[in-house]
Design a protein around this ligand. Structure first.
Ligand code: GLN
Length: 255
């Protein structure tokens, strides 16, 4: 049976606004297609993982304090992470973990948490602790050459600079910085984003995009995923886009 192995980083520390839901959605959508989903958690004190042995690495969000707790632990895996990235393992990073893969995160008091420096972006919070990007957000990205709207919820003080390739264009909400036009960071095998939600429950196409990438890479085949009944998810998307759009001006359908 074909299997996808997921490494779930710091589940006890990085978990905001339902980020764990991403793992549940991945498991559900992998298993519905008749594949096996193996999910292995790693947190401080566990046996060190070899990142290359996984198909997908997931890490959720966490406030400054949580980032402080794990940054040093994460740093010891820099070369293992780099190897996995170079080998094409997929990384899905939300908010706090998105920030930690960059150069650094500077909090509102000016304290610096050193990042992994895997990517060239860096994040700085406003000096005013109360100034945060909070609320529902809709962005548009391209998945397999198809424009797709991605819905989520953002809550971050950090403003991320020096992004070479964003995950999407902001239709509603803030994005990488206050009132930004760009959100997140996107490469062939990395999606780093501020979108909680949980992200994948609100965006089934994105979940399938990631699953398909991982299967095709691992089995070197062009696997076409069987369609699932997403009527409920799509209704929910229409409602959400309608509701968010009502407040800020229409932004079209939920596709
Ligand atoms: N340090 C973060 C910020 O406020 C991370 C927040 C988050 O993960 N939601 O910018």
């Amino acid at each position: 049976m074909k299997e996808l192995k997921i490494l779930y980083l710091y589940p006890d520390i990085l978990e905001l606004y339902g980020d764990y839901g991403n793992i549940q959605i991945l498991r559900y959508r992998i298993e519905q297609r008749g594949f096996k989903a193996t999910i292995e958690p790693y947190s401080i004190g566990d046996t060190p993982p070899n990142f290359k042995n996984y198909d997908l690495i997931f890490a959720g969000g966490g406030a400054d304090q949580e980032q402080n707790i794990l940054a040093q632990d994460l740093a010891q895996y820099k070369s293992s992470i780099q190897e996995a990235l170079d080998a094409g393992v997929f990384f899905l990073l939300i908010c706090g973990s998105y920030q930690l893969f960059g150069k650094y995160y500077k909090d509102a008091e000016g304290n610096i948490i050193k990042g992994l420096e895997i990517f060239d972006y860096y994040t700085e919070a406003s000096n005013d602790r109360k100034k945060r990007c909070i609320g529902n957000i809709v962005i548009e990205t391209e998945l397999n050459n198809q424009k797709t709207k991605i819905i989520g919820f953002e809550n971050h003080g950090g403003q991320t600079f020096n992004i070479t390739k964003p995950f999407g264009t902001v239709l509603l909400g803030n994005g990488n910085q206050f009132n930004d036009t760009q959100e997140g960071f996107f490469t062939k095998n990395v999606i780093a984003t501020y979108l909680h939600g949980p992200l994948l429950s609100k965006n089934p196409k994105l979940a399938d995009y990631i699953i398909q990438y991982c299967l095709n890479r691992k089995y070197d085949e062009n696997i076409i995923l069987e369609a699932l009944n997403d009527d409920f998810e799509n209704k929910c998307r229409e409602q959400l886009i309608g509701r968010i759009g009502e407040k800020k001006g229409a932004i079209g359908d939920g596709s």
